[in-house]
Design a protein around this ligand. Structure first.
Ligand SMILES: [Zn+2]
Ligand SMILES: [Zn+2]
Length: 292
């Protein structure tokens, strides 16, 4: 018997996907506050931090989701409208609305049923990368934040196995949405591994480094960063398709969060945009790649 062959696959093969942490939003709130310190967009970042705290409370108190699609089909089980999730959404929207009162990101009115459904559909299409972020108001951001809570809870409930086979190109294996960015991990056993993080359900899935996530061409990716910055945030730009997504390096800063650090590095979007590259990754807290 060849012991090496028997042991190696399970002991060193990287997990193809990582489930979102139960404290995802609270951790993100802390990161946003940290990034806000001395930042020119501090009031906006702090407002979003408060929204993330509200997302965490909503996740913690969300009733157990039932009637979810099984996680064994070839298609991402939570792709597109899912009845069980749409039913859970209005209560979360109301909870976030109540929590937003008195905060910088306060929403003046609670959305009606039709507006909520329309905003939810737009949010899902934005997360899927089917539409670019147009002008978005506070209601759209609030509904998108609620979508993240419900889809993250569902991703944790379904709990796809960590060795789920992945499709080649980048939709989230759990919900079919586009990634918000990539994380290059640090730490024993996973140092250098690159994971994409879903813009909607926060599932992370393994993706080969130095290959364009947008068009899959391998040889034309270059990294662009801000001069004088730590190097923890870099844009992975592709000369083949002209798209870019941001990559966050844990070895430069172990606390990077793809959503928070994306919002904290909009100066990089301006720089990369000036060089002719187009943003390919949705962030549900952005409209037109501008603060909402
Ligand atoms: Zn997802
Ligand atoms: Zn490309």
């Amino acid at each position: 018997m060849n012991l090496t062959e028997n042991i190696l696959p399970s002991s060193i093969a990287p997990a193809t996907l990582l489930l979102p942490s139960p404290s995802l939003f609270g951790t993100r709130a802390s990161r946003l506050r940290q990034l806000a310190h001395g930042h020119e967009l501090a009031p906006w970042l702090n407002g979003l931090a408060a929204l993330c705290d509200a997302q965490q409370r909503a996740l913690d108190t969300l009733p157990v989701l039932t009637g979810l699609p099984a996680g064994n089909s070839a298609r991402p089980p939570l792709a597109g409208p899912v009845a069980a999730l749409e039913q859970a959404l209005p209560a979360v929207v109301h909870q976030l609305f109540a929590a937003s009162r008195g905060l910088p990101l306060s929403v003046a009115r609670v959305p009606g049923v039709e507006e909520l459904q329309r905003s939810a559909r737009e949010g899902l299409r934005l997360a899927a990368g089917e539409v670019a972020a147009g002008p978005r108001d506070a209601v759209a951001v609030l509904v998108a934040a609620a979508l993240q809570v419900v889809w993250t809870a569902a991703a944790r409930t379904i709990a796809l196995p960590s060795m789920t086979p992945l499709q080649d190109l980048a939709p989230c294996p759990c919900c079919g949405s586009a990634p918000v960015g990539a994380v290059v991990m640090a730490g024993e056993g996973k140092g250098g591994l690159r994971y994409l993080e879903c813009s909607l359900c926060a599932t992370r899935w393994n993706a080969v480094r130095a290959r364009c996530t947008v068009c899959e061409e391998g040889s034309v990716v270059q990294y662009l960063g801000l001069e004088g910055a730590s190097g923890a945030v870099q844009a992975e730009a592709c000369d083949h398709c002209g798209g870019y997504i941001k990559t966050f390096f844990q070895d430069k800063d172990i606390q990077v969060d793809p959503v928070a650090d994306d919002l904290g590095s909009l100066a990089l979007d301006i720089l990369v945009g000036e060089q002719g590259y187009a943003r390919a990754a949705p962030n549900l807290f952005l409209g037109d790649a501008e603060p909402v």
